[in-house]
Design a protein. Structure first.
Length: 95
């Protein structure tokens, strides 16, 4: 699917990356987060592990949640229409 058509097709997105997120994963997640937000999409970044504090200087770092924080913030269930997986050896994949 064309990436822009994919983005246009959905209103809400959850963004995540690989385990032990590094700078590539964090940067990709944040960049895609702002891209989607600028388009008026409901979006959140959720990783299994906390983002390393070494990247806390990045604008948008405060928008990264761990899975536990996500559950605390949104409750046990929250529906997103689409998921974006960043920096998983296949660049950005659209599901």
């Amino acid at each position: 699917m064309d990436p822009l058509k994919f983005v246009d097709s959905y209103r809400s997105f959850i963004i995540t990356g690989h385990l032990a997120p590094d700078g590539d994963a964090i940067g990709s997640e944040i960049a895609f987060y702002f891209f989607l937000r600028d388009l008026g999409k409901d979006t959140i970044i959720v990783n299994d592990e906390p983002a390393p504090e070494a990247f806390s200087f990045l604008p948008g770092f405060e928008h990264i949640y761990t899975l536990d924080e996500f559950h605390d913030h949104y409750g046990p269930r929250h529906d997103f229409e689409a998921a974006v997986f960043c920096d998983i050896e296949l660049h950005i994949d659209f599901v």
